[in-house]
Structure formats: C-alpha cells, structure tokens
Ligand binder design. Structure first.
Ligand code: PLP
Length: 485
C-alpha cells in the first residue's frame, strides 16, 4: 500500500510529542547520568502512536517476497521450503534460553543435538569429523582453508601458498582464499562447462596448497573428472577442498568424502532448510577426512565417558568463541530427523528432476548454451530470439508481475545473458507448470509487445530502480524531513 498515511519511512509519520506508550509515574529517586555521558541534544527518533507503527511495518512486510509467498527459483541459493516444524523445535525454551557460558553439565541436551548433527553430516558426506562453528558458507571456506594451511605448516611446508579455483567458481571462493592470505590461481573451464584438466596440469607444482571445487558446479553440471583431478592434486601434495553449497542434488546419491575430497563446508541454511537471504542467519560446518580431525577449530563438542563436553584445544585455530549459530543447527537437525534416513535420499533426485523438467520444457524458447543432463540448477543464455531486444533483465522484471521471484541473473559470468534457475525439490508439479507457462508467455510477449516487457515490472510497489546510479552513487543516508508535521 503506497498511501501517504502509512508512509515509506517511519520518520515521515512522526509528530513531535506523539507517543505509543505510557509509563507509570516514577516513585523512586532519580539518578541522572553524568552530563559527559549524555547526548547534547535529544536523539532524532520517530514519534508515532502504536497503531501507526503497526500499520507501517505490516504494510511494509506485505511488500516483501519470500518462499512462503511464492516460487523463488534463485539459482545457487537453494530457496527450498523451510518446514514449520523446524521453527517450532528451534523455538523450544530449552534451546532459546541457553547461555553460551553455562556449564556443559547443565546443557547436555543441546550439546547432544550439536554432536548428533556433526555425526549426521559425516554420514551424509563421507567425511570423518565436522565442526559446526563457522557462521556461513564463506566463513566455512575460510575455516577450511585455515585447516589446510595448518596441515601444510605442521608438515614444515611453508611454501604452499597457492589455491587453484575454477573460473566458474562462486565469488566467495577466491575471496576466502585471499582473506586467508593465500594466492588465487584460476583454472579454465572447457566449452562444456567442466574444469579443463589439461589447463590444471600446467598449474600444479609444489606451491599448491589446495584446489577448490564445487560439485555440481555453478552451471549445475556434475564434474565427471574429479577422480583424476583429485589424484593429480594429491600427487603434487595439495589438498582437495569441496565447496558444499551445492550439496542438495547429491543428498543420498554420492558423497564428497568418497570422491577424494579432504576438506569441505556445507551451507546448512541452504541444503538443510533455514530461512536465509538478506544476509543471514547462516551456518557453514566444515568437515575433514580421517587424519585431519585434530586441525578442526576449537572449541569442539566431544562425547567422553557418557558425557558431552567442550574441548578447548589451545593450539587449534579458532573461528568464534562459542559453537556457531545454534538455532540454525537445531533447524538442520530437525529437518534431517523429520525426513529420516530413507526420505533424505529423495531430496537430490527430486531437485534434479525438477530442474531438468523446467530446462527441457523451455529450451525451445530460451537459449540453452550447454545441453545435457543438469543437476539441481541450470543456466539459460537469455531468450532464444535475440532480435526482440528483450534482455534477461527484462524477463526477470516481468516475472515479478506474475508473482514469481526472479531467477539469478547475469551470473555465472561465462555467458552474457545468464538466467540461472534452481527450483529445489520442495515445489509441486502445479507450481512448476505454472512457472513454465509464465516463462513461455513472457517469451511470446517479447515478440508481440517487447516495449511492455522492457517496461516491466508494472504491478510491483516499486518499478525499475536505476541500478547503475545505485552502484555508482549510492545514497546510504536519509535526509530527515518532517513530512506530516
Ligand atoms: C551460497 C554459496 C556460497 C557462500 O555461502 P554463504 O553462506 O552465502 O556465505 C559459496 N559457494 C557457493 C557455490 C554458493 O552457492
């Protein structure tokens, strides 16, 4: 609702002296703060009545779009449904009322959840042991690379400073390597989108600390040459790092540990269903193969003599004082248990089936640069008919008019008009068919009425923003005006 009464900014609704509360009179003596600790002038806060505040935020929230509003096929993000049972369990007082400093003997149940999730992740990935301390996928990458660096340094091998990253990698891979103080070396992709093993051979020497890979990769393709790649990297003394953000299509089908990876991270908020987007909350557990367990960060949850305890190992790396984002950990464990051992094996195949169904149903009207079976996601290179002038940006904006969230656009950078679609396993056939129908309709509109598509969106509260201006001259502060006073 864009009614002026409800305003775009709460400050615009402010009236001096108006209040949304009343406090009882103070029967106690007052103790003013010393003047040097006080503001010189009152803070500039909005002054509104309670109902205005409620309407303002309720109407804003109605402009938001999430998985609970509609289909959200944002590639690389695994926007699956987050079951309500996860929320109910994560909200139990026994979990929410914990204090991070309370003795382990008083929170055995919470530590058991933590420990059991570590074990479940090991079973699902084939790695020996996990830490749940990192707060996001990128934080897991950094943690994993710190483990790898510690491994080489423990062997007295200080010259290994290079990390090999495919050119199709998610941007966090080179960023994490750089933050870890390592040097990023790019390996090319072949025209079929997979890592070019010949190019890799030339990059391998005794300066290589690790190779980072995502499988299926950012194009949604299964990297078939991993056994050979892992052998080459191991032969030159490097370790294999698996970016597990795309673990979803693998669940129940194959395990990174069996493919020769030494260290990996998982995005619990993606694969194991925590509401995410807009920056959090996340969790990026890191797993290692047998022999590397002692390099995992401290503190660790261990089970000894029938008790769960926290082990603080002074020499180990540390990526956070406590045990990570506990509510995300609880949600992930609830999700795994509610699916169960057998059903969880259906996650990957169903996500893969949905992606392939959409791809095959649209490839006559959208350009499919890489043919063949994909995993959980795939990339179109814009509309097939380029003569209309309708771009990927226009298609994405028009989708909003039809009540669908846009796919990921202009990523990966390998194509000019990338449109990256990831449906996940949680969508019904009706929703997927509805999406296909709308995508076909937009392709038709691009021919019959291209200007209308280029002017989209037409039905959203805000039209097309000037993204060049927003990137070059961002306005990050609000100049206060007293709109109604
Ligand atoms: C999402 C993603 C990441 C980063 O995870 P965050 O939790 O956003 O830090 C890394 N790699 C890939 C392939 C991803 O899709």
């Amino acid at each position: 609702m864009n009614n002026k009464l409800y305003g775009n900014l709460i400050f615009e609704l402010s009236h001096p002296g108006r209040k949304g509360y009343s406090l009882p009179s103070n029967d106690f003596e007052s103790h003013p703060l010393p003047s040097h600790l006080r503001r010189q002038a009152d803070a500039s806060l909005p002054e509104c009545d309670e109902l205005t505040v409620v309407r303002h935020y309720t109407n804003h929230s109605a402009n938001n779009f999430g998985v609970n509003n509609g289909f959200y096929p944002l590639g690389s993000c695994t926007m699956k449904y987050n079951p309500v049972v996860n929320e109910e369990i994560a909200a139990l007082p026994g979990f929410t009322c914990l204090h991070p400093e309370q003795p382990a003997s008083t929170c055995q149940g919470a530590l058991e959840v933590y420990y059991n999730l570590q074990k479940a992740l090991s079973a699902l990935t084939g790695l020996s042991e996990f830490t749940l301390n990192p707060f996001a996928g990128a934080h897991g990458e950094l943690t994993g690379l710190m483990v790898i660096r510690a491994y080489h340094q423990n062997h007295g091998d200080y010259k290994r400073t290079k990390v090999i990253v495919p050119d199709s990698a998610h941007g966090t891979n080179p960023a994490s390597a750089a933050v870890c103080g390592l040097e990023v070396v790019e390996v090319k992709s072949k025209s079929d989108g997979s890592v070019d093993v010949e190019d890799l051979r030339h990059l391998l020497d005794d300066g290589v600390a690790a190779m980072m890979m995502t499988n299926p990769n950012t194009l949604g393709l299964f990297e078939r040459e991993i056994p050979e790649i892992a052998q080459l990297v191991h032969e030159c003394g490097g370790l294999m790092y698996y970016d597990g953000a795309n673990l979803n299509p693998m669940l129940g089908k194959c395990r990174p540990g069996d493919m020769g990876f030494d260290v990996m991270h998982i995005n619990l908020h993606k694969t194991f269903s925590t509401p995410h987007g807009g920056g959090g909350p996340g969790s990026g557990p890191v797993g290692v193969r047998k022999g590397l367990e002692n390099l995992l960060p401290s503190p660790r949850v261990v089970f000894e003599d029938g008790t769960f305890t926290l082990r603080h190992d002074g020499d180990a790396i540390s990526v956070g004082k406590y045990l990570g984002n506990f509510s995300v950990i609880v949600r992930a464990y609830a999700y795994i248990l509610s699916l169960g051992k057998e059903n969880i094996k259906m996650v990957g195949p169903l996500a893969t089936l949905n992606a392939n169904y959409i791809k095959e149903s649209l490839k006559d009207v959208y350009e499919l640069p890489i043919e063949g079976l994909c995993k959980h996601e795939f990339v179109f290179d814009g509309l097939k008919d380029k003569s209309t002038g309708v771009t990927t940006m226009d298609v994405a904006k028009r989708l909003l008019d039809y009540g669908f969230h846009a796919p990921t656009i202009y990523f990966p950078l390998l194509f000019h008009e990338s449109l990256m679609i990831e449906p996940t396993e949680s969508e019904s056939l009706d929703t997927i068919n509805g999406f296909i129908e709308v995508m076909r309709k937009i392709a038709e509109e691009a021919t019959t009425n291209p200007d209308m598509v280029k002017g989209a969106p037409h039905n959203t509260p805000i039209g097309r923003v000037d993204d060049v201006q927003a990137a070059k001259h961002p306005v990050l502060t609000y100049k206060q005006v007293k709109a109604l006073s």
